[in-house]
Design a binder for this molecule. Structure first.
Ligand code: ATP
Length: 210
């Protein structure tokens, strides 16, 4: 019997935007995943810069953005842990919860490839789940050939097989935060309930008073 497939989508989602949900939906279709679970990462105290939304706000915005998609879920698994968590630990936890009859996919955008060698337990991660790389506007098509010397050809072939040619959506949370801080329009990049939430809570406003 074919295994169930679940895709996990980690990130800071600060805030979640239409690029995230569009490529996730496309990836789910491509994989044949029965659900996608968005897993916001804890805000790292080391990386913090202002303005930046709290863990609770980022979780709430994801819940609003995915409310109409029955295949999307959000998990507070990483937010509830005392320390920022490693992807490998999260994948292992979900694999243990779902059981061995489920294949776990972990989605990343093509912009994350260069830093992959720095990820904790990257070799185990490549082996234990399907690390699926999505195309991203402004990035080269994902190509792992340059990692053959460090990871070996089998792992590199697996990464390459799991590349998904998702639609190119030129959007980033950084651009959205910058636009909001400058008082510019972002309505075509956000789910309307997320835009409302940001407005009501005054998130991402510039701290500099005129
Ligand atoms: P920031 O600008 O703050 O770095 P971001 O828009 O890249 O944020 P993240 O929350 O860091 O968003 O992204 C989570 C994951 O989604 C990452 O793997 C990232 O590569 C991927 N991703 C984000 N936006 C897109 C997009 N427009 N197309 C494809 N992948 C994306």
């Amino acid at each position: 019997m074919a295994k169930r497939k679940i895709a996990l989508f980690g990130g800071t989602f600060d805030p979640i935007h239409l690029g995230h949900t569009t490529v996730a939906a496309d990836a789910a279709k491509h994989i044949g995943a029965e659900k996608i679970i968005f897993i916001p990462a804890k805000r790292s105290p080391l990386k913090g810069f202002f303005p930046k939304a709290s863990d609770n706000d980022r979780f709430a915005m994801i819940a609003l953005a995915i409310a109409d998609n029955k295949n999307f879920q959000v998990s507070d698994y990483e937010l509830k842990k005392p320390e920022p968590s490693y992807t490998l630990d999260t994948v292992r936890q979900f694999q243990a919860d779902c059981g061995s009859e489920t294949s776990i996919y972990w989605l990343i955008g093509a912009d994350s490839i260069d830093e992959l060698p720095l990820w904790y337990g990257i070799v185990e991660l490549i082996e234990e789940c399907n690390l699926s790389t999505m195309y991203r506007a402004g990035c080269e098509p994902p190509d792992f050939a340059r990692f053959t010397a460090i990871w070996g050809s089998e792992r590199v072939e697996k990464l390459q097989r799991n590349v998904i040619q998702t639609p190119l959506i030129a959007m980033s949370s950084t651009e959205i935060r910058n636009r909001l801080a400058a008082g510019r329009d972002v309505t075509n990049m956000l789910h309307p309930p997320v835009a409302d939430y940001i407005r009501k809570r005054g998130l991402y406003q510039s701290k500099i008073k005129p």
